[in-house]
Design a protein around this ligand. Structure first.
Ligand code: COA
Length: 278
């Protein structure tokens, strides 16, 4: 598989006329989610993390898998006035009547550079795993895949951080949770091997960040690769709602906007002088 290639099947427009879902159905008196009665079996009976896992995978998670998923959600929910929060608070300041718009503004930037890199890192680790399964030892597999991503001009997702230049402190904690839970550490091993080979290939010491730790622990559970970006999206939504509740009583949105414009340097051309003007 090429670096970061999509795994979804091609949607043949017009070939299927019947919508299908295995997630939920309802009638006048009941709602069934993944084969369980929502009101009888789930509400008040299941934690939200277990429910998230049930929704995504179709099965209730084991206790170990749930502990790891829960830890990743806690790890990525909040990190101060980071770009997603700034976008959200500034949007709310401009449109306080649309909380949903402000949450969406914060989540829109959950991509491969910040916040959403856990899925991209998961794809990198899966490539290393496949390379190793094809016969290479783990170090050679990591070297091959990292070199391939660099040759394609891509940053190595999940490595480097603007603040945490040594390993992001969340990494060790997430690895400890996985170890304690007893889930597979195969992708933790891969993540550490990638970190080890980066200096000779990239020419820089880039340490693991939380966006690598999340797939490293979750790929050792039943949580699927294709759901990985949903983890920071779901978790950060909780953080954003907290920021917007605070924004409503202690506004910072326009202060952030002021800070951004205060030192801005205009590098464009000056407006052309109007003919005949004094
Ligand atoms: N892969 C390749 N090169 C990287 C890199 C990566 N993951 N992270 C940093 N670098 C390079 C930078 O391009 C820079 O190169 P330069 O000196 O030639 O300009 C150098 O290493 C130092 O970068 P630094 O200033 O420490 O980081 P930054 O603040 O510019 O970038 C990130 C921070 C997070 C944007 C960057 O590390 C990155 O893109 N990481 C991958 C995506 C990711 O993991 N995001 C989640 C963050 S929690």
């Amino acid at each position: 598989m090429s670096a970061g290639a999509p795994t979804a099947s091609i949607n043949k427009i017009g070939k299927s006329t019947v919508p299908r879902t295995a997630i939920c159905t309802s009638d006048e008196h009941s709602i069934t989610v993944r084969g369980e009665d929502l009101c009888r079996d789930l509400i008040g009976q299941i934690s939200f993390t277990d429910y998230f896992s049930l929704l995504v995978t179709g099965e209730r998670p084991t206790r170990a898998d749930a502990a790891v998923l829960d830890a990743t959600l806690v790890a990525i929910a909040e990190h101060g006035l980071v770009p997603s929060v700034q976008a959200s608070r500034m949007t709310y300041a401009a449109a306080p009547d649309a909380l949903q718009g402000a949450v969406a503004a914060g989540i829109l930037g959950c991509g491969s550079v910040i916040l959403g890199a856990s899925e991209t890192a998961g794809r990198l680790f899966t490539e290393v795993d496949e390379e190793a399964k094809a016969g290479a030892d783990l170090e050679a597999a990591a070297r091959t895949v990292v070199a391939r991503w660099r040759a394609a001009g891509k940053p190595i997702p999940g490595y480097g951080h603007p603040l945490h230049k040594d390993r992001d402190p969340r990494v060790a904690r997430l690895f400890a949770v996985a170890l304690e839970a007893g889930t597979s550490l195969r992708f933790v091993e891969i993540a550490e091997m990638v970190e080890q080979v980066i200096p000779e290939i990239v020419g820089k010491e880039l340490r693991l960040n939380v966006s690598a730790a999340i797939p490293a622990v979750l790929l050792g559970t039943s949580f699927p690769l294709r759901g990985l970006r949903g983890v920071p999206i779901l978790a950060r939504t909780a953080g954003l709602i907290a920021h917007l509740c605070e924004e409503a009583v202690t506004p910072s949105g326009f202060a952030l906007s002021y800070q951004a414009t205060r030192e801005v340097i205009y590098e464009g051309k000056p407006a052309a002088a109007k003919e005949g003007a004094a």
